[in-house]
Design a protein around this ligand. Structure first.
Ligand code: PLP
Length: 428
C-alpha cells in the first residue's frame, strides 16, 4: 500500500476498513474526555463491551443454581471451557483436543516443563532466546536447578550479533545444531516481547526435532496477534496468556497446547489434579490418577468460571471478526502505516531520532513496533502519556507501540505519530 501523510488519508483508510466497527465492541479509555490512543494491547488488551454481560450471566447462574450450576443451566460450568476450544483452536492452529484452558502463563510453563523437560546426564540443556521475558528466564533457571543442574551451564541463550537488535534465523538454527547432542529442550517465544520479532517457529521446531530435542513455545505475544499453526508446525507444547492480544482481562486465564502425538505417551510426568481426571469417571472420586485424553488431562484445578466468562466474551469477538486471517490483513497494513509515519517523523525532523528495532519484514513481526528513542527517551514517553498516547516503556530507551486491528484505527496511528513529532519540539 502507498501511504500518505495526512489525517484525511488515515480517515479514508478507516472508512474503507471492513473491521472498523469492531472498535465499538471495546471500551476505549478516555483522556481529557476523548478516546485515548491506546497502543498497549501488547501488555493488556482492552475490555470487550460485552464482558460485563458474560460475567453477569455466570453470577446469575450462581445465584439461581448455586452448586447445581456445575450441571444445569444454559452453560453448565462442568463443560463451560468446551465453548472456548473451537475459537482457540483456530487462533492457534491446533486441534481442539490439543488445547485446554487453565491457570496462568508462568504456572503453565512450569507444568509443561514438568512433562517435557526430561534431562539426562548427557542431554540436559535448554536453548532459548537471549532477552526472553524475565518470567520465562526465571522458570527455566529454576527448572534446571530443580533437576540438579547449574543454569549457567544448562541454559543456552541465542543472542543477536554485535550491533544487531534481533536474531537471525540461521543463527538460531546453527546454535541448535551445534548443541545437538546435549539439548533436551528448545524453548522459544513466538514473538519476543522486547523487540517484537516473530520467529520462524516452524524452522525452529524442525531444527530442534532433528537433534532429538523437545520443542516448546511461549506464545504470550503471538496468540491472537499473528496466525500460528502449532499442529502443522509440529510444536510439542505451547502456552500463552489471554490478557494481551486476547483481551480477556488482567490476569486472565492462560491456555496450553500439547501435540496429539504425545497423548498416549505414558512416560510423561505430570503434576496431576482431579480436573485432569478422566471426565467419565471424575466424580467417582476413586484412588489412582487416570488422565483424561488430550490436553485436558493436564488440568489440575476446578475451572475458574468467571475468568473463563471473560475469555468467552473476547473469543466470540474474534469469531465474529472472521478470526486471525481477517485481523492479520488489517494488522499488517496498520503497523505498516505506523512504520511509515515514524519514518516520516524522522525525515521531517531531519534526524533518525526514532529507530525501529522490530524487523521491517512483515513476516517477522506482529502488530508491535519497538522504537529506540535516541534522545530524551523517558521524557518523550511521558509527553506521549500526558497527551493521551498510551504505549509502554521498557528500559533503557524503548517505547513499544502496538496498534491492534480489533480496536485501533488508522486515525489512532496518525495521532500517535503526530505526538511523536510534537514531543521532539516540546522535550529538549
Ligand atoms: C506477558 C508474559 C508473561 C507473563 O506471565 P504471567 O504468568 O501471566 O504473569 C510470561 N512470559 C512472556 C513471554 C510474556 O510475554
Amino acid at each position: 500500500m502507498i501511504y500518505q501523510d495526512t489525517l484525511e488519508f488515515a480517515n479514508q483508510l478507516d472508512q474503507q476498513d471492513p473491521l472498523r466497527n469492531f472498535r465499538n465492541e471495546f471500551l476505549i479509555p478516555k483522556h481529557n474526555g476523548h478516546d485515548a490512543v491506546y497502543l498497549c494491547g501488547n501488555s493488556l488488551g482492552l475490555q470487550p463491551r460485552s464482558a460485563k454481560k458474560y460475567i453477569q450471566d455466570q453470577l446469575n447462574a450462581w445465584e439461581d443454581n448455586a452448586v447445581e450450576g456445575w450441571f444445569v443451566g444454559n452453560e453448565p460450568w462442568l463443560n463451560y471451557h468446551k465453548q472456548l476450544l473451537s475459537p482457540l483452536a483456530s487462533i492457534l492452529g491446533a486441534k481442539e483436543a490439543e488445547i485446554t484452558v487453565m491457570n496462568s502463563l508462568t504456572v503453565n510453563l512450569h507444568l509443561l516443563m514438568v512433562s517435557f523437560y526430561k534431562p539426562t546426564s548427557k542431554r540436559y540443556k535448554i536453548l532459548m532466546e537471549a532477552g526472553a521475558f524475565p518470567s520465562d528466564q526465571y522458570a527455566v533457571e529454576s527448572q534446571a536447578r530443580f533437576h540438579g543442574f547449574d543454569p549457567k551451564d544448562a541454559v543456552i541463550e541465542v543472542a543477536p550479533r554485535a550491533g544487531e537488535a534481533t536474531l537471525r534465523t540461521e543463527d538460531i538454527l546453527k546454535q541448535i545444531a551445534d548443541n545437538a547432542d546435549e539439548l533436551a529442550l528448545v524453548l522459544f517465544s513466538g514473538i519476543n516481547y522486547y523487540t517484537g520479532q516473530f520467529f520462524d517457529m516452524e524452522a525452529i521446531a524442525k531444527a530442534g526435532h532433528a537433534t532429538g530435542a523437545i520443542v516448546g513455545f511461549d506464545l504470550a505475544h503471538a496468540a491472537g496477534n499473528v496466525p500460528v499453526k502449532l499442529h502443522d508446525w509440529d510444536a510439542d507444547f505451547a502456552c500463552w496468556c489471554s490478557y494481551k492480544y486476547i483481551n480477556s482481562g488482567p490476569g486472565g486465564i492462560s491456555g496450553i497446547f500439547v501435540h496429539e502425538k504425545h497423548f498416549s505417551d505414558k512416560s510423561l510426568n505430570r503434576f496431576a489434579g482431579w480436573w485432569g481426571y478422566r471426565r467419565d469417571k471424575q466424580f467417582l472420586m476413586a484412588p489412582g490418577f487416570e488422565a483424561e485424553n488430550g490436553a485436558e488431562g493436564w488440568n489440575v484445578s476446578t475451572s475458574p468460571i468467571l475468568l473463563m466468562a471473560l475469555h468467552h466474551a473476547s473469543l466470540d469477538i474474534f469469531e465474529k471478526a472472521g478470526g486471525l486471517p481477517a485481523l492479520r490483513q488489517k494488522s499488517e497494513a496498520l503497523t505498516g502505516y505506523l512504520e511509515y509515519k515514524i519514518n516520516e517523523v524522522n525525515k521531517k525532523y531531519g534526524e533518525d531520532v526514532y529507530q525501529i528495532i522490530t524487523p521491517a519484514n512483515k513476516n517477522e513481526r506482529g502488530c508491535q513496533l519497538s522504537v529506540v528513542c535516541k534522545r530524551n527517551a523517558k521524557a518523550i514517553f511521558n509527553y506521549l502519556a500526558d497527551n493521551g498516547v498510551i504505549g509502554d516503556w521498557r528500559e533503557p530507551d524503548v517505547i513499544r507501540l502496538s496498534p491492534v486491528p480489533l480496536y485501533n484505527s488508522y486515525a489512532d496511528v496518525y495521532k500517535a505519530s503526530q505526538s511523536l513529532f510534537k514531543a521532539l519540539e516540546a522535550v529538549k
